[in-house]
Design a protein around this ligand. Structure first.
Ligand SMILES: Cc1cc2nc3c(=O)[nH]c(=O)nc-3n(C[C@H](O)[C@H](O)[C@H](O)COP(=O)(O)OP(=O)(O)OC[C@H]3O[C@@H](n4cnc5c(N)ncnc54)[C@H](O)[C@@H]3O)c2cc1C
Length: 491
């Protein structure tokens, strides 16, 4: 038994006695944590600025939840102490990194303990091994800004504001066609298990836990307190957005479909997004636009984007950029600006299919007949090329064990108006869900958990689901996480 486990059990004993008082579970856990970590690492007051910042989410519907307290661990030991106290008090809890998962209670909690990882933000780079380390606090933008001084970066979010929980859900990056998903670059993780033990997960230490943590979801097997990853070179990029009037929708769709099926330059990466606003179109398509994100790792993209640049456009911002600038396309702070009552859903389709058009038509029809019920609809094409799945395999494969590309994920975003009544909100979400489900997903391909809604049960679409269920049982044997915090279903 490790020293850390003994430490954890000792703590559990102490907390077990304190937690048996009749105080409600959340406050009881909070007072235990405060007495062990000190008041500088715990905030109880809803009026405290730190408390207010920590309870802000990309899905602002979650801002309303009021944790009994917020804990700011500074070490893995602090996380261990917090988990032991939560367990002893039988309190609910949530682990928050960047707060971008829109699913309720995945990183938010009402009347329980919120573990905000923002203070765990140490970073390092070793030029001899080219390995980078980072804590789970902070955003990928922070990491890009830090590692670029070494001419390096880490594989992570395409938008600077997203948090590190992204990598535990796989993590699609502009660099993924070259290096695989963000999680494929993991080399070692420090993880605080649900029982408080602090372990290392790697190919040689707890390899099953390492496997599950590479894209099998955060908030499931423990709390990751340190990432050691293979860094990647970050030089100059040729990158930008092209915005088209919606009348170009078919031509752009053909270019997207061509890129997904035939592009074989792994340095070229795209996201194709169709956007719909609630404003009347006045027969001028003023309520719709298409925004392409085009990123080439290198200054000369050759003909990689020729199919896009040859279509008449409204705006084209393609030029040479640094990697931190790439992550601030189309504008800095876009993740913050786009906070709202946001919900994601996801579809997955093979490349040689007519689902491109089917999905766009259904999405657009739904948008037309539901005007007034959303502030924004967005449909995003996310290619999974063969070079990505090859790069993933070459590093051992991740929890998705991704079948050979090319195929693509479709991300659907709906932002509903802020003051919608409960029944209206439920009705619009249910109708939106049916619209997404009406474009049938490809058999044998995994749904992307970073873009999924809770009810899509994405883990069950992984070929590795049974293995992940076993790993979950092993590391969370008494369902401590499963019962006391939100997260993907393993049932
Ligand atoms: C604007 C926007 C842009 C996005 N862009 C991309 C993109 O480019 N690529 C992509 O793949 N996805 C993208 N996503 C999806 C994103 O990856 C997920 O929403 C992800 O869950 C966000 O991680 P987070 O740390 O910000 O959020 P959080 O909600 O804080 O965390 C996500 C989940 O992971 C858990 N978690 C976080 N950290 C840990 C940890 N250290 N240990 C254990 N559990 C943990 C949390 O409890 C939560 O359940 C984007 C989302 C948004 C809103």
């Amino acid at each position: 038994m490790s020293v850390m486990l003994l430490f954890a059990l000792a703590i559990a004993g102490i907390f077990g006695q304190i937690g048996s008082h009749a105080t409600p579970a959340g406050p009881s856990a909070c007072s235990n944590i405060t007495s062990h970590l000190g008041s500088s690492k715990v905030v109880n007051s809803e009026l405290n600025l730190k408390y207010i910042n920590s309870t802000e989410y990309y899905n602002t519907l979650q801002d309303a939840y009021k944790p009994s307290c917020i804990v700011y661990p500074k070490s893995s030991q602090d996380v261990s102490v917090a988990l032991q106290a939560i367990r002893a008090a039988d309190s609910r809890f949530a682990i928050k990194a960047g707060g971008h998962n829109p699913n309720t209670f995945y990183s938010s909690v009402d009347d329980g303990v919120l573990i905000d990882l923002s203070s765990l933000n140490a970073k390092s780079y070793d030029p001899d091994t080219t390995l980078a380390t980072y804590g789970p606090g902070g955003t990928f933008g922070d990491l890009y800004d830090y590692f670029v001084r070494y001419g390096r970066t880490v594989v992570g979010a395409r938008l600077a504001g997203v948090g590190t929980g992204l990598a535990l859900g796989g993590g699609m990056s502009y660099l993924s066609p070259q290096y695989g998903m963000a999680c494929d670059s993991f080399r070692e993780l420090e993880i605080v298990l649900p029982d408080g033990e602090i372990v290392t997960a790697s190919n040689t230490s707890n390899p099953d836990l390492f496997f599950a943590s590479r894209g099998g979801g955060g908030n499931a097997y423990g709390v990751v307190t340190k990432y050691t990853v293979q860094s990647r070179p970050a030089g100059q990029f040729f990158a930008g957005n092209i915005i088209y009037a919606f009348q170009e929708k078919d031509t752009v769709l053909e270019a997207i479909s061509n890129f997904i099926q035939y592009n074989n330059d792994p340095k070229a990466s795209i996201i194709g997004t169709y956007e719909k606003l609630p404003t009347p179109d006045l027969n001028l398509n003023l309520d719709e636009a298409i925004i392409m994100f085009l990123v080439y790792d290198g200054q000369d993209s050759g003909s990689a984007f020729a199919n896009f640049t040859s279509i008449p456009y409204l705006i084209n911002t393609l030029n040479i950029k640094t990697y931190p600038d790439v992550a601030n396309m189309p504008i800095p702070y876009s993740t913050e600006i786009s906070r709202g009552a946001n919900i994601f859903r996801v579809g997955v389709h093979r490349a040689d299919t007519d689902e491109y058009r089917t999905a766009v038509d259904k999405w657009r029809d739904w948008g037309e007949s539901n005007k007034g019920k959303y502030l924004l609809l967005s449909l995003d094409f996310q290619p999974v090329p063969k070079s990505l799945t090859d790069a993933s395999k070459a590093q051992g494969g991740n929890a998705m064990q991704m079948p050979d590309g090319p195929w693509f994920w479709l991300n659907y975003l709906i932002t509903t108006p802020p003051l919608m009544s409960g029944p209206d909100y439920d009705a619009v979400q249910s109708s939106f869900r049916d619209m997404v489900a009406s474009t049938t997903n490809a058999e044998g391909l995994p749904l992307f958990i970073n873009d999924a809604s809770h009810d899509q049960n994405p883990l069950s679409t992984f070929s590795t689901y049974a293995k992940l269920q076993e790993i979950k049982k092993k590391y969370d044997p008494d369902n401590f996480f499963a019962d006391r915090t939100g997260g993907w279903s393993f049932a």
